[in-house]
Write a protein that binds this ligand. Sequence first.
Ligand code: ADP
Ligand code: MG
Length: 442
Amino acid sequence: MAHLIFVEITALGVQSIAHAKQLGHEVTLLRSPLYDFITPPTERARAEELADRTLHADDLQDVGLLLGLLSEHGIGAGDVDAALSTLSLCVLSAARLAERLGARGTPYKAAAAARDKGRCREILRDTGVPSLGFAVVTTLPQALIAAAGIGYPVVIKPVSGVGKAVTSIVEDPEGLRVHFARTGEELGAMHPGLAAELDERFIVEELAVGELYSVEVAADGERFIPLVAVGRKMGRDNPVLELGCTVPSGLPAGEEAELGEYAARVCQVLGLALGIFHVEVMRTANGFRLVEVNPRVSGGSLPDSVRMATDHNVFEILVDVFLGAPAPAQPLPWRRAASHTFLAAARNSVVPRDLPADWFEEFRPRLHSGWSHAEPGAEIRAMKGNFDTFGMIRVVDCDADRAAGEVAAVRRDIEKRLGFALTAVAESRGDPVAAAPRRGER
Ligand SMILES: Nc1ncnc2c1ncn2[C@@H]1O[C@H](COP(=O)(O)OP(=O)(O)O)[C@@H](O)[C@H]1O
Ligand SMILES: [Mg+2]
């Protein structure tokens, strides 16, 4: 029997605790109320019920405090086999904790380099992995100089990203001015658990134009295996917004293999030797280019779509590699396609009061799965980032185009039923330049 420590847990991540328990392992869950807003109460309760013990700490980033807490329960160096987190906000403390306990974990230095978008690009540049022009800045004058050097349009985003907060695509110096002017206000409106992640550093990057993909790369200490590549839905009017995924990617086999190799190479040069990592990559006219690496398994609804398409559970693979099992030898073969889309409002909107309370159920027969918490009369905030979605719809079908097409049709019908505009998805398939038509080829 092994002993695993989970630092916090995500809604779908509970499956990894369930897997560990099913294998007869001991599980300690470290939690903080600071992250309650991320995991719904039912899943949180389920995680605590499955774990052998749940220890609560106010600050999960303070590894000294966590070590003290564990030692109060008789857990110290040598007692733990692995420490991990499925939540990006806690991967660094899990990595540090693993090192301090002498347990298996993602190497701290590598996780920290991946979380720092500037450091990450430096490593890619130094190791010759194709990347994008960039500069790390803290002030508007520095950003103006950086953007002039890189060439507009550019992306400006916090060095450690948190769900699209204060991230803009800017066309000209005025756009940078607007970005900096709005930053204070946006930070003030953010949840403290997220705001704590940010400092004054921004990265200014060359805009990659094309279709967005993501790859889950598994590393078992020896090998880096691209488990699954996925097509990502971007916002039509604001490509920064993430609106869902389709598994499989729909890319021709040769290109999908190239994408997988590229993502695995990114993890390798960063030294992300143990875990499953979420690598976001743009397919541009010049080839694949990294958008970001998240040194943890995919969040959101993607792991379930992967399970539905491949019959493999990435959370189980995650626990297995952390406990010393080899990563799967090859990408997971897919058996069917799954496509999910988030429901979000394009502008501040109100759900019509005269809708039946169970309006969403009308759409269920056309869906494999989904949810909505848009109750009649509810006010829905315009989508600014990952936390502004009010629902998710998913279709499972025999191929990617059919699944994506049907989920798009359901989305349109939901939009009609609700009577307000939903955040529109960019039409991107097939043409690497069509995803961001306003920006032209660079
Ligand atoms: N250099 C870039 N070129 C094109 N699009 C980008 C670039 N950087 C970020 N984006 C867009 O912005 C989104 C958010 O950026 P990302 O670095 O993934 O931050 P987060 O950590 O908030 O997810 C990406 O999903 C992508 O659509
Ligand atoms: Mg991202």
